[in-house]
Design a protein around this ligand. Structure first.
Ligand code: CUA
Length: 161
């Protein structure tokens, strides 16, 4: 079968681009630690009683390991402020009571949709002390822009000699 040399060149270019895109995706997934936002479970958004979201809040699992069950609703996160020591690993479970929200923690790779009835799970290792803003990045109504909170990563107390 004869393939014109221009056509053969385009085929080679297409294959090369697929290889480049595949490498870019793999680099982002491995080096950037992309977390696929797959649903971790389902709840009734109208009645969270009896679930892990009742009440929402931070729980310590072991030294340096925490989990937080967080509920989004117009227009706040509950809890709205989380305090953990530096070097902590935090696993976050999120759901919404009302409409779809978006959850992003500035300075981390936490970025997930928060959907009524669905539980989203993300995790992050907080190495550096500081205040990390949690914002809603999905328009959810009149006061969407006020829907924010913070994760405060506290520096370990200085050792006295
Ligand atoms: Cu919640 Cu925007």
């Amino acid at each position: 079968m004869h393939v014109h040399r221009y056509e053969a060149a385009w085929i080679r270019l297409t294959i090369a681009m697929l290889v480049v895109f595949f490498c870019a995706v793999m680099t982002a997934a491995i080096a950037g630690g992309i977390q696929l936002p797959s649903p971790q479970g389902y709840v009734d958004p109208k009645d969270l009683s009896g679930t892990d979201f009742d009440p929402p809040g931070l729980r310590q699992l072991s030294t340096g390991h925490y989990e937080v069950y967080m509920v989004g609703q117009i227009w706040r996160w509950e809890p709205n402020e989380i305090r953990i020591p530096e070097g902590s690993h935090l696993t976050m479970y999120l759901t919404s009571r009302d409409v779809q929200h978006g959850f992003n923690v500035i300075g981390t790779n936490i970025n997930v949709m928060v959907i009524p009835g669905q539980v989203s799970r993300v995790e992050h290792h907080f190495e550096k002390p500081g205040e990390y803003w949690m914002i809603c990045h999905e328009y959810c109504g009149l006061n969407h822009q006020t829907m924010s909170g913070s994760i405060i990563v506290e520096a370990a107390a200085e050792e006295t000699q």
